[in-house]
Design a protein around this ligand. Structure first.
Ligand SMILES: NC(=O)c1ccc[n+]([C@@H]2O[C@H](COP(=O)([O-])OP(=O)(O)OC[C@H]3O[C@@H](n4cnc5c(N)ncnc54)[C@H](O)[C@@H]3O)[C@@H](O)[C@H]2O)c1
Length: 331
């Protein structure tokens, strides 16, 4: 298949690309490198791999990308940081919501043509147009959910946009599902829980596991925002990428929202303890944006198991070990 991955030079994107190449597909990556890097995709020097530096907000860049036709579009390109979205909502809104709308429009034009019209629930296609079917996999996030209870969060759990990041993703999700319902464009919304692993950034803009491990390896204190009693369901990036790829292959998830996580959550205090191993100090600092913290995030992934036969394979211990080995090598 010919496949487009937006955000494919980012942390999760590069693992998605790796898996897709292993499955024998041809991949085009569109990334503006605002948070991704060429090092992340350095190993894919393959005739089946093409990188286009460009922006999902830019029509000319999209014209170049959509000169080709795609069987699947994995749309991961986004602003991903909750704190940044509070400080600068415009950037997140335009990347995550408007950017997703732009990708949807291109997919609609590719599949049905620019001149096609809906009549009732049927498409009237212009036979002169060169059209080709596709599917859009939209990468949302668990950060759209309201706080969990002990049973975990399934897809019927209420959403609550506590940050512009969550709000922008919910808005984008609704557009993605509206294209399925109104236009019959095959789409799926996936909501992975907090993902960690090799290639995640270790500085302030990275994820909690990468930041803590980096501090541990450099013999620096670990800082926890607020009480540390907030919990996260930590998904290893290889499990996440396997889920993302499968959501594109499996047609019975079309029109659906599907969670990916482990079904277990740990408090940030517990996580810090596991990583610090009593070697470095763990301290608590004032939360920058406590109003946008989700105190409990725990996934119920039974829908993914039922519809996609997907289950996580890595324990947190195994995932942390692989991540630590990788960060250690990069220091
Ligand atoms: N990391 C997590 O824990 C997690 C969990 C659930 C969902 N997600 C979602 O997964 C996706 C990938 O996240 P990630 O953690 O790999 O982050 P990332 O920042 O490493 O990846 C996002 C990529 O998108 C690119 N990008 C941003 N704006 C763009 C634009 N306007 N045009 C083109 N490219 C653009 C960035 O350069 C980056 O390479 C995002 O949609 C994110 O919301 C992440």
């Amino acid at each position: 298949m010919n496949i487009l991955v937006t955000g494919g030079a980012g942390f999760i994107g590069r693992w998605v690309v790796k898996r897709l190449l292993e499955d024998g597909h041809r991949i085009v990556v569109l990334d503006n490198l605002s948070n991704g890097s060429l090092e992340n995709i350095d190993e894919f020097k393959d005739e089946n791999f093409k990188f286009i530096k460009g922006d999902i907000k830019n029509d000319e860049d999209l014209d170049v990308v959509f000169k080709e036709k795609y069987d699947i579009i994995y749309h991961l390109g986004a602003s991903i940081n909750v704190q940044d979205s509070i400080d600068d909502p415009r950037t997140t809104f335009f990347n995550d919501t408007v950017g997703t709308f732009n990708v949807l429009e291109r997919a609609r034009f590719q599949m049905f043509g620019k001149n096609a019209k809906m009549q009732g629930d049927r498409w009237i296609i212009d036979n002169h147009e060169d059209i080709y079917p596709c599917k859009v996999v939209f990468m949302s996030t668990c950060m759209v959910y309201d706080v969990a209870n002990d049973n975990g969060i399934d897809e019927n759990h209420p959403t609550k946009p506590v940050s512009p990041y969550g709000g922008s993703k919910i808005a984008a999700e609704n557009m993605v599902l509206s294209y399925y319902n109104a236009y019959k464009l095959p789409t799926v919304v996936i909501r992975p829980f907090n993902t960690y692993g090799p290639f995640q950034k270790t500085g302030g803009e990275g994820g909690v596991v990468a930041i803590f491990i980096n501090n541990y390896l450099k013999n620096q204190d670990i800082s926890i925002y607020g009480s540390g009693e907030q919990t996260r369901d930590l998904l290893y990036v290889k499990d996440c990428a396997r889920f993302v790829v499968k959501a594109g292959y499996d047609d019975n998830v079309n029109g659906e929202i599907v969670n990916a996580g482990t079904g277990r959550d740990v408090t940030i205090n517990e996580l810090a303890k596991i990583i610090a191993k009593d070697k470095v100090q763990v301290k608590h600092v004032e939360h920058i944006h406590p109003q946008s913290e989700i105190m409990k995030l725990k996934c119920n992934y039974s829908k993914a198991k039922k519809l996609m036969n997907w289950e996580p394979e890595y324990t947190v211990g195994q995932g942390i070990k692989e991540t630590e080995d990788w960060i250690d090598k990069t220091l």
